[in-house]
Design a protein around this ligand. Sequence first.
Ligand code: ZN
Length: 146
Amino acid sequence: MKNCAFCELPEIKDREIMQNKLARAFLTNKPIVPGHVLVIPVRCVTKYEDLNNKEREAIEELRNEIMGSLKKSFGAEGFNFSWNDGEYAGQTVAHFHLHIIPRTKGDTGIYNYEPRQFLYRPSTERAQASEKELIEITNIIRSNLS
Ligand SMILES: [Zn+2]
C-alpha cells in the first residue's frame, strides 16, 4: 500500500464538496485562487491512462457540477483545467487529480498566473518551428499511432 495524502489525510473529508460512486471532489489546501478544486478517482491510481472509462465519466460528471457551482460561487468566467501526469510532469501526489481553477477578469489572490510560463519554456520566447520540422514531427507521431 503506497502512502497517499488524498486517501489517508482525514482533513480532506472536511473539504469534500461532492462525490459519486467512482470520484470525489474537494478543495485543495494550496489554492491558486479561492475555489481551486481537485477531482480524483476513488480508486488510487496515478495516471490518466490508469483510469477506466467509467472513472473518466465519473470525473467528468463532477467537473460539470463543480463548474456550475464555481460560476455561482465566485463568478467564474473562465477555467483552467489541468493535471500533471507523472513525476516528470510535476505530479507530486501519485493519485490522479484534475485541477479545476475558476478564473475571473483580473482575478486577485494570484500573481502572474500564466500557464504558458511553466508549461512551456520559462523565460524564453517560444520560437516558431519551421513547417518542415512540424511536418516531420507530425509524421513521426502519426506513424506510431497504434
Ligand atoms: Zn490515493
